[in-house]
Design a protein around this ligand. Sequence first.
Ligand code: EPZ
Length: 421
Amino acid sequence: MDSIVVTGGGPLAGEIPIAGAKNACLALMPATLLSEEPLTLTNTPRLSDIKTMTTLLQSLGAEASALQDGQVIAMSSHDLSSTRADYDIVRKMRASNLVLGPLIARCGHAEVSLPGGCAIGARPMDLHIHGLELLGAEIDLRDGYLHAKAPNGLKGAEIELAFASVGATENIVMAATLAKGTTVLTNAAREPEIVDLVTCLKQMGAQIEGEGTHRIEIQGVDRLHGATHQVVADRIELGTYMLAPAIAGGEVECLGGTIDLLSAFVERLDAAGIAVEETARGLKVARKADRVRAVDVTTEPFPGFPTDLQAQIMAMLCTAEGTSELNETIFENRFMHAPELTRMGAQIEVHGGTARVTGVERLKGAPVMATDLRASVSLILAGLAAEGETVVNRVYHLDRGYEHVVRKLSGVGAQIERVKA
Ligand code: EPZ
């Protein structure tokens, strides 16, 4: 297993290009199952999760191929040969469960493995199942698989989500595009990736309104046609790299990002003493003083502070002036980066869903272990300004969600390299 070695250094300078959003792409790709015509995505990120989704779609009989060095994905599901998403694929990537809604809508049945838990939580699917059953699907759990069927097709319904689940919103909206009649989904997730998915579905002929609000209304249609869609910028990659100059000092311009994608995150950076300026090409970020100020953070569904940036901002707060309190309200076990940061000299106390971070002058480099995607990149960020060398092991987690990390960070002056195992 490869490692990434970061040597703490001085201020950063330069620009970092932001890729297309992993979490938009992982919902957009299953949308190809809703139509017999080709769906092409551009600005796609080069990530192992995207390769996993490509393999899953191919296992269903769809054509899916990465073009132009992975920045375009051309798909067509004219002839599907299977409606089964196998455990060995789904266990590696929970987002595989996003084929459930499209397969029921298109084929009238599906067998999708339950993803099982992952490092950050149990990750159940009760909200997905509840919504799809209200649309008329009959879903049984047998031998670890969800066996779903809708022999008479799907019918529009009124659905209220108990929690604004991103994945449940995506599965239900995709299924409802081909249901007979009107579906109204309330307490829907409002993330930019949902808006991007709906934008693509409307290009395919779906009749949807209210995306980005708590109430989404879908008029079912008989069929959807093909489309070409550009994937929205990745707000989580954007926020991650905005923290690099916040931690190491200097000034970095993140190309392709816009403030509306993460206004709650930018508000916390501003409170911590980080300057964020919108430019013609993206967002320019610089730390105003020698040390950032401690700030409190509570993760919430969009437009609140994103849980996917909690580990990364914790890395910044480890050297802030004062004590910060981070409340993780979305996942039950998303502080696994804390003990690793403590190995670098951070002062962090975790009690249930709350972590209290008392800033120290400077962290010390150490060998640390990545436990999940966002934890792994928070350790790299911490290493940018730590004294000496930080070796981050198990970087396969990183490859799931960050393309070319070493190239992007060394491009702004970080001392970072990938060491083959
Ligand atoms: C999406 O996961 C993202 N993944 C996650 O990003 C992100 O952290 C999460 O949304 C929250 O924003 C993709 O888009 C591929 P949820 P998802 O359904 O859809 C509970 C990353 O790092 N829940 O909004 O699985 C669930 O257990 C990943 O890129 C139920 O209880 O998230 C969790 O506590 C990590 N029942 C909370 O809701 C359900 O049926 C949020 O889950 C579904 C969810």
